[in-house]
Design a binder for this molecule. Structure first.
Ligand code: NAP
Ligand code: ZN
Ligand code: ZN
Length: 348
């Protein structure tokens, strides 16, 4: 059994601390990956602290993984030992239902297996995430990485990237469309890059005026401070699509009134309490509130290939794993530009 060193939360109150465990040997269609980089998603913080009530301890977070293949089963065809592979939020699914056949494993009728704190379909153990030295996964759930991209800056594409790329594609964001992005964090800054790259007019909403210059540099056409009532009112009846990537409870109504008739507000942020909103704000413009979750294997590879072609990656601050607890606290203070990524060589 391959030994793994990681960092784990032992309960909802504990800091993350060093934790040793083992992975299973890779099967015929599986690869073992030595993790080089792992992004720090706000979901890792929600889960470490059991904010969604579904955590299992000890919990090794991490689902934005880039690594080097160190072993490959006899039937593996997509990767060779020595190559680079990326792993995201899903590491298995039933592989037989209609969504799985379509490459939309995140909508698997039997429920996809998450990268951590889920039951492993192969051996029934609890999955342990990417804040660790290695991972073992079926090649179907690993992705090829374009070789022109910086690997540390690629890691966040595996969750923040696909979670924003997918709804922007689904709702056909492109030239002539006015798009709002709510929250300039890990997801938000990727949404901004993609929406601009797809040709839309993009308005970044933030609670933090100090992020204004960054938002413009990241290619926002406009930046609106969400606490500025006049600036908000000036965008009434303006948007075709709004993507909300905020991690904490906040007003949805403030944005519904900015939608055009028949427009959609899509929630990807997952605060620990459900949102409330006025139905009048929906019926008076026949607006829709929608949600979206990561993306399937087919679209994740499409997104990575698009990023390779367009030279898109995340803006990252690379940290040693020993700084992970401080990074969590800084994320809560909205003090990250715009994704922490752990350099896993710091674990050795
Ligand atoms: P993040 O980097 O911490 O960014 C969250 C942003 O939300 C902050 O930068 C901030 O933007 C805004 N914000 C924070 N507190 C706020 C408050 N009290 N009021 C208003 N705005 C506030 O987090 P992330 O990693 O991007 O994740 C964002 C959310 O998406 C999390 O809840 C995460 O669990 C969820 N998520 C969902 C999926 C999915 O599949 N749907 C996938 C990944 C993550 P400003 O500073 O600009 O205001
Ligand atoms: Zn995530
Ligand atoms: Zn399935």
């Amino acid at each position: 059994m391959p030994a793994s060193k990681g960092y784990a939360a032992l309960n909802a109150q504990s800091q993350l601390a060093p934790f040793d465990f083992t992975r299973r040997e890779p099967g015929p269609t599986e690869i073992a990956v030595e993790i080089l980089y792992c992004g720090v998603c706000h979901s890792d913080l929600h889960m470490s602290r059991n904010e969604w009530g579904q955590s299992v301890y000890p919990l090794v977070p991490g689902h934005e993984i880039v690594g080097r293949v160190v072993a490959a089963g006899s039937a593996v065809s997509k990767f060779a030992v020595g190559g680079i592979a990326a792993i995201g939020v899903i590491v298995d699914s039933c592989r037989q239902c209609a969504p799985c056949h379509r490459g939309e494993e995140h909508f698997c009728c039997q429920g996809a297996t998450l990268t951590y704190a889920a039951t492993d379909r192969v051996d029934g153990s609890v999955t342990m995430g990417g804040y660790a030295t290695n991972y073992v996964v079926d090649e179907r759930f690993a992705h090829r990485v374009p070789d022109n991209l910086d690997l540390a800056a690629v890691a966040p594409l595996l969750c923040a990237g696909i979670t924003t790329y997918s709804p922007l594609r689904h709702w056909k964001v492109g030239p002539g469309k006015k798009v709002g992005i709510v929250g300039l964090g890990g997801l938000g800054h990727m949404a901004l890059k993609f929406a601009h790259s797809f040709g839309a007019h993009v308005v970044q909403f933030t609670t933090n005026l100090r992020k204004r210059d960054d938002a413009l540099r990241l290619s926002a056409d406009e930046v609106v401070l969400s606490t500025d009532e006049d600036a908000m009112k000036a965008h009434a009846n303006f948007f075709d699509f709004i993507l909300d990537a905020v991690s904490a409870p906040h007003s949805i109504d403030a944005y519904l009134t900015l939608l055009k008739q028949d427009a959609t507000m899509c929630l990807v942020g997952l605060p620990d309490t459900p949102p409330s909103f006025g139905v009048f704000n929906l019926i008076t413009r026949r607006a829709s509130i929608a949600g979206s979750m990561i993306g399937g294997m087919t679209e994740t590879q499409e997104m990575l290939d698009y990023c390779g072609a367009q030279n898109i990656t995340a803006d990252v601050e690379v940290i040693p794993i020993q700084q992970i607890n401080e990074a969590f606290e800084r994320m809560l203070k909205q003090d990250v530009k715009y994704r922490f990524v752990i350099d896993m060589s710091s674990l050795k």
